[in-house]
Design a protein around this ligand. Structure first.
Ligand code: 7TS
Length: 404
């Protein structure tokens, strides 16, 4: 059970006013808000033990290193990775995907095939297109149905011994569709392909188990899971992380450097060149503790309640159409009302203190599929309430009446 009143007290930002109204924050799929305990961890780091890690013998450096590595262990435990060095700390999902896509350059040849889904965020499309340009590999796309679900039989048809890697999102950011990734991973492995799962939208709602899923790579961003921006995780199976070359060269990723030859550090440091976002990583660990304390099962069931409630209420509005009607969805509702431009509704309801995202949500191929310029996207999380949904629905009705 979620004690939402108590939880809301953990988030200082929820007390603020926007344009004279209490903030209603329904843009959680873009970034989630930050509980005080996470903000405090960042303040504590900079106030008390700010130092570079893995290099100093002095006390501050040792304390910072300990907490940074403790955070890695927390992340390993949360995702149930077999080994701590399979957790690479990144600046976010985009960084993790680019690291893998760049690494595959030397592993692909002309005519190899890579498969991506039509539900992806641009950051899980563009790096693979760039990889194709570098290698001559061919990009194949799994199509979607009108409900916004991947068409599994089409995926099966695309797979062959030419397939080298598959990239699929766990959850669609624009529609909320939860993909059957376990089945998708198994099929990719049946043809000997590697598979990367973009978990940016799943990790705020679901606790994925790396060993159970058996994926080769899994990426996510802390800022969608109550953590800070500029931090994320790339999980990679040990055997793949050994195979991939380093992404960036620099300090901390080397074993020995001479002008003749440099040897690389062991995992995970081989992929962590330069000074990382130390406070951010420590705060990421605290954010996961916070979410686990509430419990992902509790979060999912409460969010489902909000999703059902809001869906029902919104559908009572004449002319409103919801995009993405998969049976398995996270608490994301993408919609339009007749021909009204999403931006116009977004702007009006912002005046009433309500934050939603409008536009193509960095998923233009999905918008093209539905032949629309974009949608209004409301995304809920465990600190939102049915009362907020009521205010939101009334605001949408008000905006509709002004615009039509
Ligand atoms: N993949 C998915 C599925 C996403 O939803 C996002 C961000 C990213 C990758 C990129 O994450 P980043 O942390 O590296 O930027 N999605 C959104 C969104 O839906 N609205 O704003 C950002």
């Amino acid at each position: 059970m979620i004690d939402v009143k108590k939880i809301r007290k953990d988030f200082p930002i929820l007390n603020r006013k926007v344009n004279g109204n209490s903030l209603i924050y329904f843009d959680n799929a873009a970034t989630s808000q930050t509980p005080k305990i996470v903000i405090d961890a960042i303040v504590d780091y900079y106030s008390n033990y700010n130092a570079n890690i893995h290099r100093g013998v002095h006390t501050l450096s040792q304390e910072a290193t300990d907490d940074y590595e403790q955070a890695r262990l927390k992340i390993q435990k949360h995702f149930n990775a077999k080994k701590a060095h399979e957790i690479i700390l990144t600046s976010g999902t985009t960084h993790g995907i680019n690291l893998v896509a760049t690494g595959f350059t030397s592993l692909l040849k002309k005519g190899d095939e890579i498969i991506v889904s039509a539900l992806e965020h641009h950051s899980n499309i563009v790096p693979w297109q760039m990889l194709c340009e570098r290698t001559g590999a061919i990009l194949k796309v799994i199509p979607i149905s009108l409900k916004g679900e991947l068409i599994f039989e089409e995926y099966e048809k695309l797979l062959s011994e030419k397939t080298k890697i598959v990239f699929v999102g766990h959850v669609s950011n624009a529609l909320g569709t939860i993909n059957p990734i376990k089945k998708i991973i198994k099929k990719a492995h049946n043809v000997g392909a590697a598979i990367l799962i973009d978990g940016a939208q799943a990790t705020p709602h679901i606790k994925p188990d790396m060993q159970e899923l058996d994926c080769d790579f899994y990426v996510c961003s802390a800022h969608k899971i109550c953590g800070p921006t500029g931090v994320g995780m790339l999980y990679g199976k040990e055997e793949w992380l050994y195979k991939l070359p380093p992404y960036q060269g620099g300090g901390e990723m080397i074993s020995e450097v001479t002008f003749e030859k440099t040897t690389y550090a062991d995992l995970p440091h081989k992929f962590e060149a330069g000074t990382p976002n130390i406070a951010g990583v420590i705060a990421f660990g605290v954010a996961l503790d916070y979410m686990n304390e509430i419990g992902f099962d509790n979060i999912a069931s409460y969010e489902n309640e909000l999703l059902d409630y809001a869906t029902k209420k919104l559908l009572e509005i004449d002319g409103l159409k919801i995009y993405g009607t998969s049976a398995k969805k996270t608490a994301v509702i993408s919609f339009n009302i007749e021909e009204i431009h999403p931006y116009d509704i977004g702007t009006i309801i912002d005046k009433l203190g309500i934050a939603v995202r409008t536009g193509h949500h960095c998923a233009q191929p999905i918008m093209d599929f539905y032949n629309i310029p974009g949608t209004i996207r409301a995304s809920f999380t465990f600190y939102n309430t049915k009362e907020e949904i009521d205010i939101f629905v009334n605001a949408v009705i008000r905006a509709k009446n002004m615009l039509l």
